[in-house]
Design a protein around this ligand. Structure first.
Ligand code: ACO
Length: 447
């Protein structure tokens, strides 16, 4: 029925000559010209805002696979080529040359910091690592066996009730302080969720440690004895945080933006993002990978498992494989594959059955026609689960760790949205397929 001229191949390769696409409503003689909005790189975007007013039809894109919901300068992904850039910098270089806090600064502010800027940023984050003492009491209200993501959602949301002096979303200084508070306090909240679940005392943050070191310290130390953080493990943790820091308009980030578009405060928005991240199709996948590997148990069971995955009636998926955007190797997965070996060597783990199983699965899946034809490659969660397990992080904390890292991306995206004068409330439309207009029958008529 509709005919839309496609953006040219040049636009796909990044040479976005301004132009337009035309959408014609067959049989009506009506058409609308859609301006093509160029990006710096990547495909141009047809601006469809006039489609409804001029043609009276909505566009339909369940799951938003082909719809840009916003303009953003933070992260670029080329899923076909396996490229991920933050503010133009390749993720591989950031993971190699920068610390997590430097990447956080970059995501928030657009440029990497110089020494003075970094020192100021570091101090800003460090000064906010403690949480309000009364917030501590929230933990007692949870069951000890609560999933730490449930605790995270609750406690981060509750921050709105404590930090009234940074809730004015129209004040740039309030926004800046909220960003510091979230980035700084989320590791403390996360580590305490873990400590609570195992009945150990909460460890207060240590501001002499780096971000990653401090997180490991709060997770693993106990007051009764000294705890030394291994530099290799701290580096691995820092790298995992960098690799999970931001990923364009994924489900949780879109949730944060949608919540933020209503004018909700940043703590409430990030709590919404945490809830969205929890699902096994998103951040919950690294936990699901470990559960899947345990279920498979032995390489000899892989063929049966793969057969189940291919059976459309089984509802079983190969967790840690596939991605909505990447139709190639996830660049983050490649980096983590190396980190995985470094960590296992540092820990002296030579024969890790789960890793052997994972490698075998990777080999089979990357050669099997089912996965190859659907372009299902290992994603970041495939390896992060194994590394975290080797580091002694309990499975239930995997997604929490993801949330700690992604808080930086969420708050950067929220800040960008707040600074955008064209920002409007997010309000998608629908194709209504329910009952047409009808009269309510009386109780007697309903029988
Ligand atoms: N195992 C088996 N088959 C799969 C998988 C998988 N992991 N992922 C996709 N497929 C198949 C689908 O069954 C479908 O096959 P069909 O064309 O024969 O019907 C085809 O590949 C396309 O799949 P979609 O569901 O359309 O892909 P979508 O883009 O909607 O889903 C997702 C992406 C959710 C990530 C999916 O690949 C998945 O569930 N993966 C496992 C969970 C996972 O690892 N999630 C982490 C994502 S990364 C992150 O959040 C950090």
């Amino acid at each position: 029925m509709n005919e839309m001229s496609k953006p040219g191949a040049e636009a796909k390769s990044g040479h976005n000559a301004p132009g337009s696409a035309t959408l014609t409503l067959d049989g009506t003689g009506k058409s609308v010209t859609l301006p093509l909005v160029p990006g710096t790189i990547g495909p141009a975007v047809a601006d469809i805002r006039k489609v409804y007013p001029e043609l009276g039809i909505f566009t339909f894109d369940p799951g938003y696979g082909g719809t840009a919901a916003t303009e953003s300068k933070i992260t670029y992904i080329d899923g076909d080529a396996g490229i991920l850039l933050h503010r133009g910098y390749p993720i591989e270089q950031l993971a190699e040359k920068c610390s997590f806090l430097e990447v956080a600064y970059l995501l928030l502010n657009g440029e990497l910091p110089n020494k003075a800027q970094m020192a100021e940023f570091d101090t800003g984050v460090t000064r906010h690592t403690m949480i309000h003492e009364q917030l501590r009491r929230f933990y007692d209200g949870f069951r000890r066996d609560a999933h730490p993501m449930a605790v995270m959602t609750g406690v981060v949301g509750a921050m709105s009730a404590f930090y009234h002096d940074s809730l004015d979303i129209n004040d740039p200084e309030h926004r800046r302080i909220s960003a510091f508070r979230l980035i700084a306090k989320v590791p403390t909240i996360a580590a305490w969720a873990y400590k609570y679940s195992i009945g150990q005392p909460f460890m207060y943050p240590r501001n002499d440690l780096s971000y990653a070191e401090n997180f490991l310290y709060m997770m693993n130390a106990v007051p009764a004895e000294p705890y030394n953080v291994s530099p290799v493990l701290a580096r691995a943790m820092d790298r995992i945080l960098i690799l999970h820091a931001d990923h364009e308009q994924n489900a949780s980030t879109s949730t944060v933006r949608l919540a933020g578009s209503t004018g909700a405060n940043p703590f409430a928005c990030i709590a919404a993002g945490i809830a969205s991240l929890w699902g096994p199709a998103h951040g919950g996948a690294n936990e699901a990978v470990l559960k899947m590997l345990a279920e498979i148990g032995h390489p000899k069971n892989i063929p049966d498992f793969i057969a189940k995955v291919k059976d459309k009636n089984s509802n079983v998926r190969l967790m840690g494989f596939g991605h909505r955007v990447y139709k190639n190797f996830d660049p983050r997965a490649k980096i983590l594959q190396e980190t995985c070996h470094e960590v296992l060597t540092e820990l002296g783990i030579k024969d890790e059955p789960l890793l052997d199983l994972a490698m075998e699965l990777e080999k089979i899946a990357t050669h099997d026609e089912y996965f190859v034809s659907r372009k299902l490659y290992p994603n970041v969660d495939f390896y992060s689960g194994i590394i975290l397990k080797a580091m002694g992080i309990p499975t239930s904390m995997f997604t929490v760790l993801f949330a700690v890292a992604r808080t930086t991306g969420w708050i950067s995206q929220w800040k960008e949205m707040m600074e955008d004068p064209s920002q409007r409330i997010g309000r998608p439309r629908q194709v209504y397929t329910g009952a047409p207009l009808r009269d309510v029958p009386t109780a007697a008529e309903r029988g």
